[in-house]
Design a protein around this ligand. Sequence first.
Ligand code: ADP
Ligand code: MG
Length: 691
Amino acid sequence: MTSLEDIQVTVLKGVGDALAGRLARLGIHTLQDLLFHLPYRYEDRTRLTPIGSLHVGDVAVVEGEVVSADMVMGRRRSLQVTVRDNSGFLALRFFYFSAAQKKQLSEGTRVRCFGEVRPGRAGMEFYHPEYQVNPPPMPSPDQATLTPIYPLTEGIQQPRLRSLCQQAQRYLSRYPVREWLPDGVLEEYQFPTITDALSMVHAPPAGAPVRALMEGQHPAQQRLVMEELMAHQLSMLKVRAQIQSRQSLALLPQGDLADRFLDQLPFALTGAQNRVVDDIRQDLSQPLPMLRLVQGDVGSGKTVVAALAALQAIAAGAQVALMAPTEILAEQHYVNFRDWLAPLGLTPAWLSGKTKGRARDAVLSAMASGDARLVIGTHALFQDDVAFERLGLVIVDEQHRFGVHQRLALRDKGAAGDYAPHQLIMTATPIPRTLAMSAYADLDTSLIDELPPGRQPIETIAIPDSRREEVVERVRGACQSGRQAYWVCTLIEESEALQCQAAEATADELRERLPELSIGLVHGRLKASEKADLMHRFQAGELDLLVATTVIEVGVDVPNASLIIIENPERLGLAQLHQLRGRVGRGHDASYCVLMYHPPLSQNGKARLQVLRDSQDGFVIAEKDLEIRGPGEVLGTRQTGLMQFRIADFERDRGWIEAVRKKAPALMDDDRRVNALIQRWLGERIRYGDV
Ligand code: ADP
Ligand code: MG
């Protein structure tokens, strides 16, 4: 029997090739896709507001008569339509409009429109409001329904999408949408059927509980939420199953490389490090691909753990790739490993996006021949033309800086036929448990929950930037007593150019004020070799103060640095601040973090800085961050790939996570169900077959 997943959107009235193409950009091809394009909120448009009582910023429905419609020339040509009711005048302004629209909005026409009030040339204005000419009477209050608001794409307006969804719903009564949740689940939670749930969310009928719908708590919504979370969970489990259906090299511990490495370390591993090393040793010894996430707060010592994993693989005759998210961090690992491995007679190879020409050819051929046992670099390691002879282990550091999809894509590398390398993924961003269960359902987790001994707590203070002088003096003092400091410039703009400019200006200013100090400046626009050179000089103590953009956020390890100034901390997320702060407190000296904010701080801003002052526990901070900002942000914007839900809201719906996780394995038994649910909810957003 035909079902909605077999019917193309082109059956709908008004959907030609052009519109179908735009819908395709939203991943909408079939009527089922359209019905699973869910409203992300509702508006109550059942009350008219008199024009005379509007204020700037109000979102309102008004109704009146068109008194004039004129083309206005200005910086941009626009159509200005003035509407009057018996309380006042309002202008509608359209920058894009058709001749038909202009004609339709002629003098004397009754129009009802919905929009946000803005100050404009003609007083209060609606820009591009949704409108209806000669509208039907307003529904009586008990007949009122909510208006669904859909996520949009370029070239499709809200009313159009709404009308398409309405049309699609008429098919819903004739063609079924398959029910994929097991009966047991439907009964247990008293969920409505999928068909009823879809009808409810697209067109809440008169009398439906407005408040529950607005808050996403209606059983119809919660049913869809649960199904969506389930689909995501299944997709992760499927990735995992696919990988684990492959073989890996069983990299048995052998030789004395690891012992020799440990002997030359100036410290002993912590209990937590030892435990995690054991987990990894076990995994690597199996002929099944390891999929392990190591979580450890900043400074917990993940790098040596990675080194031990690498040595086990190398000793067993396999190649190892270690990837870091930034050039600076990759370079630092390279230098560390080079120094650590030299006494063992091993030399790591280096490959970044900036490795060019003959150097690049040489590395590539050493990788391909297997001569390069350990290659360290950025994501350049996983470009298409890179090949390994016998890649046994992939290590990804600071994974949170890479997207989930990127992480999945990495698995292609070195995988061939039914072979896949082991994977070790390290992250310092402590991921709240509920979030981790979802975003990392495909990974086993080990935790380094102990810092190396002797670490001093970092004292964190918040100071308004009006006291900049004092802060500068503090830097002078710290550096004169032989310590080193970071000065981090932040900017809200994504533009790297602007960030660099700001950092340059700050460096100039500080050089002028602190002529006795030697000051370096590092930012994203420097050449890799320049960055590396600066970092070496800072590491070697030749520079007292390093002015930097957030490029130093992750990984950088200079134990003698004991003071970090962070400008405009209110612009950064808590997790990021925690990471930055983690650049100090790595040695035996007492360390300080100065958060130099720009007043006035919002309530929220104050609360956030307070969290940082109160806690140095990344997990506590991450939980707070999740509360304050939501999961997309906590995982980092680049990480949102898998966390972009259609209807689920991580914070609101986190109560479901545990149930979903428990029930998912049972649902894995039915391939058709798994595939259908993934297709329905994730559609094209994820690639599988070739993982
Ligand atoms: P992260 O987990 O943030 O990557 P690193 O691996 O950079 O931490 O380690 C932070 C610092 O702690 C480094 O200087 C490292 O040499 C040192 N370190 C790691 N393990 C120990 C240990 N067991 N005892 C003392 N210092 C350690
Ligand atoms: Mg690290």
